[in-house]
Design a binder for this molecule. Structure first.
Ligand SMILES: *Cc1c(COP(=O)(O)O)cnc(C)c1O
Length: 430
């Protein structure tokens, strides 16, 4: 029984070269790795829950100290005053999503922000009430759009359009998406897509798709759960109306971390736009007055409901500092190299097994970090065997293993180790 893949030494040579040339390699030391059998796991799950930056603990302790020391006065006297705490996030988030600082705000969670955005951007009429989403969309997004359709008195059976991959494929083409948008034309109220699809890892061509949505008069919304901190985005220039995200995947801000919202500058000064209001979205000069008139503050901040959940946001702050230090453009370059190498190695390993195939796009420009492998059989057992050997990947029923190397903390050598382990494991099922 062979134990090594014939290309294993070639993989190692490539990985050594790439790791040696990697200017970001020291950022790995900023993170804590779970342990398995006395050593760090090989972590490929940054698409699901990013690892903890080591500085996070210190930052959380600092807020606990300031709370202990200052009580209510910490709103202004804390080292990072809580009253204006949310403002720090505008710059670093804007840089990562390609926005102006006043177009973004860190608040709530992804699904709640999606609802808040739809209150403003899904205003259905009898003539125009459809929402277009991709097939196999994440359940929470589906529940959100379905429930919004119902709240407005429409029927998801008519108003929700899902675009399914063509027979024998797993992904959607831009042409296919645009054809569906044009087919439904002036009945489309909102096109709501993921920047990167959670299951297949497909990175959609947002710019031409947005142009299609606009050409029929529809709003364009994005779910960036798997895109933020992973791929380059230009939300402002693309003319996206709104976008929402969570921060616990590629942004490494910890379980259930505060989410985010982008609202295009076009709507920055639109007090007439319907929205659900709360005191933190109100004009700051009036926030503490007892006048009851709500005047939304300029930009995305005007969609805030509540004061900043500091104990939660502090982990995002720790993480975004690391993004700033590393530089997002460099991270994206390494992400693409990791993704290409992973795709090559996995392709080599599964080549002899007709029951395994990669369902992520083969063009690296059309995916982010993640490569998804579908197994017609043995998938769950292969996943369990990888976990038992200290490789943290994730299992998506019914048959997909998702693998996501992250430029901040993965090495090219990690991919070689995975390739070797997968080779050995799959031989057992040959
Ligand atoms: C992770 C993820 C979510 C999570 O939603 P929360 O509101 O943060 O729980 C939603 N949508 C997509 C596409 C996701 O990948």
């Amino acid at each position: 029984m062979k134990t090594q893949h014939p290309n294993s030494s070639a993989w190692s040579r490539t990985a050594s070269k790439l790791d040696a040339a990697d200017t970001l390699k020291n950022f790995r030391d900023e993170f804590s790795f779970p342990m398995h059998d006395g050593r760090d796991v090989t972590y490929f799950c940054g698409n699901s829950l990013g690892l903890q930056p080591k500085r996070t603990q210190e930052y959380v302790i600092q807020e606990l100290e300031d709370w202990r020391t200052f009580g209510v006065e910490g709103h202004f006297k804390a080292r990072n005053p809580w009253y204006s705490y949310h403002r720090w996030f505008a710059e670093p988030l804007a840089r990562i999503v390609g926005a102006l600082p006043h177009e973004v705000v860190a608040m709530n969670s992804l699904t709640s922000n999606l609802h808040l955005a739809m209150v403003s951007f899904y205003r259905p009429t009898p003539e125009r009430n459809k929402i277009i989403i991709s097939g196999y969309e994440f359940p929470s997004d589906r529940y959100a759009v379905e429930s919004q359709i119902r709240v407005h008195g429409f029927d998801p059976a008519d108003a929700l359009i899902e675009i399914q991959p063509a027979e024998g494929t797993s992904t959607l083409t831009t042409e296919q998406i645009c054809d569906v948008i044009k087919e439904h034309g002036s009945s489309v109220a909102l096109v709501m897509l993921s920047g990167v699809h959670f299951y297949t890892g497909q990175r959609f061509e947002i710019q031409p798709i947005t142009a299609c949505a606009k050409s029929v008069g529809a709003s364009m919304g994005l779910d960036l759960a798997h895109a933020i901190g992973n791929v380059e985005l230009e939300l402002h220039d693309w003319g996206i109306d709104f976008a929402v995200w969570c921060s616990y995947k590629y942004l490494n801000a910890g379980p259930g971390a505060v989410g985010g919202l982008f609202i295009h500058e076009t709507y920055a000064d639109r007090p007439d736009l319907p929205r659900f209001a709360g005191w933190w979205g109100n004009d700051e000069a009036r926030r503490f007055t007892l006048q009851h008139n709500f005047v939304p503050t300029y930009g995305a901040d005007g969609w805030q409901l509540s004061n900043a959940p500091v104990m939660n946001m502090v982990a995002l702050r720790a993480s975004l500092e690391i993004f700033q230090q590393a530089g997002f453009a460099l991270l994206c370059k390494k992400r693409e190299e990791l993704s290409i190498f992973l795709h090559d190695v996995v392709s080599d390993v599964i080549a002899d097994y007709p029951w395994a195939r990669i369902i992520s796009p083969s063009d690296p420009k059309q995916r982010g970090a993640q490569v998804s492998v579908a197994f017609d059989t043995h998938g769950r057992a292969i996943f369990d065997a990888l976990i038992a050997r200290g490789f943290v990947v994730d299992w998506r029923a019914p048959y997909v293993i998702r693998i996501a190397p992250v430029p901040l903390y993965n090495r090219f050598a990690d991919i070689v180790e995975l390739g070797n382990a997968l080779t050995t494991i799959m031989q057992e099922f040959a």
